[in-house]
Design a protein around this ligand. Structure first.
Ligand SMILES: [Zn+2]
Length: 183
């Protein structure tokens, strides 16, 4: 004969066992998700640090088109160069993997340069992306013809640069050479 107390005890036990069975995978999932999230955020912050280092070494100029780039303050950048929000977004600083990640390129200082979003996306959109040196030469030819970046953006930026006579970083042209020496 089962009493009400026995019924209650069985319920509690069953309830507890359900949690015991259910909790283990749930905990594992949460733990793995948390760990993955932590690893991803650590990787992201490492990449941001490397990118910031590259941007500084390049005096905040894109490795390919050599136009000014910004990291944090788009509004200040827009004011400085008289740009729209959309134009400024094209010049957002990105971490450019000189050797693409899919080809084994690492998140290392020697493999990461600062490039504007426009150049970075153009290089990797190609079916067979050019080598960084060839791509830099290609972009420079287009810049000189006024045929890189939409509209008159490159020309306007160049006019701003000339007016402020801010010298181009001597490190900029050396970044690709340094990479070859380090690799
Ligand atoms: Zn660029």
């Amino acid at each position: 004969m089962t009493t009400a107390r026995d019924e209650q005890s069985r319920d509690v036990h069953a309830h507890g066992r359900w949690y015991c069975i259910g909790q283990r995978p749930l905990r594992t999932i949460l733990w793995r998700t948390g760990l993955q999230h932590l690893l991803e955020s650590l990787m992201t912050s490492k990449l941001i640090r490397i990118r910031a280092h590259a941007a500084l070494a390049q005096s905040h100029r894109c490795i390919y088109c050599r136009m000014p780039i910004w990291e944090k303050d788009s509004k200040q950048f827009m004011r400085q160069f008289d740009l729209t929000h959309r134009e400024a977004e094209l010049l957002r600083c990105t971490a450019e993997h000189l050797q693409a990640k899919q080809d084994g390129g690492r998140d290392s200082r020697s493999n990461i340069a600062a490039a504007c979003w426009y150049c970075n996306s153009r290089r990797h959109q190609a079916h067979a992306p050019l080598d960084p040196d060839d791509f830099a030469a290609h972009v420079q030819r287009r810049v000189n013809k006024g045929a890189w970046l939409p509209g008159s953006l490159a020309t306007r930026l160049q006019a701003h640069i000339n007016a402020s006579s801010s010298p181009q970083s001597p490190n900029l042209g050396k970044r690709l050479q340094n990479r070859q020496q380090l690799n």
